[in-house]
Design a protein. Structure first.
Length: 247
């Protein structure tokens, strides 16, 4: 099993509270270091608890006015669609903290053609990060039961994309149209947190932390990251990992 910073918690609530504390710490440190902080959000259900903890417990100890908010992936649906990652983050976090509107960069799903939306978002990112790859201060990710992360699915050509920062992909489940940051765009971050909760993720997490990176489990490819990846799991998701560190 790959040596990984794995933190196991009794339940999803304890995981969310602990991860939120650490996210707030990263944002404070980044702001002190270079005047602002950049965070790429994950979608799906798991991070909602973390976002709510950030809104409830870290509204006042985090410099939200200097935090820039991006997305690691998005479903290609309108922003008011209940499947939108933007809508989920707005409802659970962004409407409850004093982040500045001009510092929130949703993926432009209003464009009909996903390829154009991906290229537009890449232009947005390149306007904010003057480097070969974006260097987010923190990237939040989840993993699916099939081992996908962001919207990088098993067998996707996007897994080997080595030039573009953002691409359109097709998910095996609805909504199939997706936009996603590519692996190099994700893994040049300063910190990466992968949030994994629930028994349905136990096999995917075991595979993600397996002996070697495997494109059949895209989350396992995150080990190529420049920065350390912290895996935040509840006991159910960690059920197949044997005796590992726990909090
Ligand atoms: C998305 C996410 C995706 C998510 C996993 C896990 O758009 O759905 O970005 O990568 O992290 O699918 O989703 P859950 O947290 O809902 O299990």
């Amino acid at each position: 099993m790959i040596a990984a910073d794995l933190r196991v918690f009794a339940d999803a609530g304890a995981l969310a509270a602990a991860a939120a504390r650490e996210v707030a710490h990263v944002l404070v440190a980044a702001t002190r270091e270079h005047g602002s902080a950049s965070m790429a959000l994950s979608g799906g259900r798991t991070p909602r608890d973390l976002y709510q903890c950030l809104a409830l417990d870290h509204r006042h100890d985090t410099p939200w006015g200097r935090v820039h908010v991006y997305w690691g992936d998005e479903r290609n649906v309108p922003h008011d669609d209940d499947r939108s990652n933007y809508r989920m983050a707005r409802e659970s976090l962004l409407d409850h903290v004093p982040v500045r509107a001009e510092h929130v960069y949703p993926m432009p799903t209003v464009l009909g053609e996903p390829g154009r939306a991906a290229a537009a978002y890449e232009r947005t990112l390149r306007s904010q990060f003057d480097a070969e790859w974006p260097r987010f201060d923190i990237v939040l990710l989840g993993i699916g039961d099939d081992g996908h992360t962001a919207s990088l699915f098993p067998g996707s050509a996007a897994l080997t994309e080595a030039r573009r920062w953002v691409v359109a992909t097709t998910a095996p489940v609805e909504p199939r149209g997706r936009l996603t940051l590519t692996l190099p765009a994700l893994t040049h971050a300063t910190a990466m947190f992968v949030l994994v909760a629930g028994r349905s993720k136990a096999d995917a997490l075991r595979r993600a932390l397996g002996d070697r990176p495997d494109p059949r489990c895209p989350a396992s490819l995150l080990h190529a990251a420049r920065a350390p990846v912290v895996w935040w799991a509840d006991a159910e998701a960690a059920a197949h990992l044997g005796s590992r560190s726990s909090r």
